[in-house]
Write a protein that binds this ligand. Structure first.
Ligand code: A2P
Length: 368
């Protein structure tokens, strides 16, 4: 059982737990109200700590040390990105127990995440930044060796942090210049010089700008190439994965090589079309969900958990965020796992949704 920290350790400055003497009202009625509020706040805080403590963590390696990664993180990619909405959703998430946040330069969510973290520390929701696991990603426009260090420093500035927990190469691609329009024109898309870029990713870790480095959207072939020269092997490969896109071969490869998989679009994102109750995939998942008194989303996340990957569902709705956390005290049966393993496969995220389909884009698309 995890040891629960004392309140005083968690939030020494929490105003209602430690009211200044002067601010305690004199009348008995008001005093009772203060005590009631203190008790409620204490209870809420206890709930937050209990929820955060129930999220299991997986051990990942950064090449020299092991680190603990909470298996569920909050995805923050959304369009349009409205800073205030994102910040307030992240604060809600911290309140209900999320401690792992997934962002990227290109999502535009680094700034609101940074503001939310600063506010969470200031208001005593968390004691320090070290309680969080923060992942960000090197956007393709910076996937050249001379741009990697400036890029991580920009991300850290956006996030108001001294270090990331994990910094990922976002795509095995390089884009020349800024992204000014979608789809990204094919004449601006180039192969990445991963050897040269990775050397600077390693430097980022050696300089303490990030605790670990990894990649995203890398196929087994590209991981093999990377492993052939990496002094620090990638600790994580973040890829699309859900019951609708199960990534069996990649998972087996990564398990052998000691690379942890984080699933993005774990609910199928656009591919799932929530409410698309006519699809076979949805019906199978819905039947399992009904039999267990759970939702399709919970069944999908539980399936991912049982595949020993971590996952970053995006929800900015407090009830659904909570629902997505409630998957750790029940399990799927062998039969249910077998049903899910037979689901027809279709992807939700394709690079050609945002990039003009050059040969390179098609090649990457076919690989992952
Ligand atoms: P919302 O933000 O309104 O909750 P993915 O993480 O696979 O990219 O999926 C994200 C989509 O799934 C978002 O549209 C999000 O909407 C929705 N979503 C997240 N959690 C749930 C849930 N528990 N039930 C239904 N939809 C969900």
């Amino acid at each position: 059982m995890p040891v629960m920290p004392k309140f005083s350790e968690v939030c020494p400055r929490y105003p209602l737990l430690y009211p200044k003497k002067k601010s305690i009202p004199n009348s008995a009625k008001q005093s009772q109200l203060v005590i009631y509020r203190q008790t409620q706040s204490a209870k809420n805080l206890q709930k937050i700590l209990a929820m955060a403590a129930t999220v299991p963590k997986v051990t990942i390696s950064n090449g020299s040390q092991t680190m603990l990664l909470p298996v569920i993180g909050l995805g923050t990619a959304t369009r349009p990105q409205v800073s205030e909405t994102t910040k307030s959703a992240i604060l809600d998430a911290i309140k209900i127990g999320y401690r792992h946040f997934d962002t990227a330069f290109i999502y535009g969510s680094e700034q609101p995440l940074g503001e939310a973290i600063a506010e969470a520390i200031k208001t005593g929701l968390i004691k320090s930044r070290d309680e969080l696991f923060i992942t960000s990603k090197l956007w393709c426009s910076f996937a050249s060796p001379e741009l990697v260090l400036p890029a991580i420093k920009t991300s850290l500035r956006n996030l108001q942090l001294d270090y990331l927990d994990l910094f990922l190469v976002h795509w095995p691609l390089k884009i020349s210049g800024e992204v000014k329009r979608l789809p990204i024109p094919k004449e601006t898309i180039f192969p990445i010089d991963i050897k040269a870029v990775w050397e600077v990713m390693e430097e980022c870790q050696n300089l303490g700008l990030t605790k670990a480095i990894g990649v995203s959207n890398f196929s087994t072939r590209r991981l093999d190439e990377l492993l052939s020269f990496a002094k620090i092997p990638p600790s994580v490969n973040q890829v699309e994965m859900s019951p609708l896109w199960q990534q069996k071969d990649l998972r087996e490869f990564c398990q052998v090589k000691g690379i942890h998989i984080t699933a993005y679009s774990p609910l199928g994102s656009r591919g799932a079309k929530w409410g698309d109750s006519e699809s076979l995939e949805y019906k199978v998942l819905e039947e399992i969900a009904k039999a267990k008194g759970k939702t399709v989303a919970q069944v999908s996340l539980r399936w991912l958990y049982e595949q020993r990957v971590s996952f970053v569902p995006k929800s900015f709705n407090k009830d659904r965020m909570k629902q997505n956390l409630e998957i750790f005290d029940w399990s799927l049966t062998e039969e249910e796992l077998n049903e899910i393993s037979k689901l027809p496969q279709r992807r939700g995220v394709l690079p050609s949704m945002i990039m003009e389909p050059s040969d390179l884009v098609r090649e990457i698309e076919a690989e992952i």
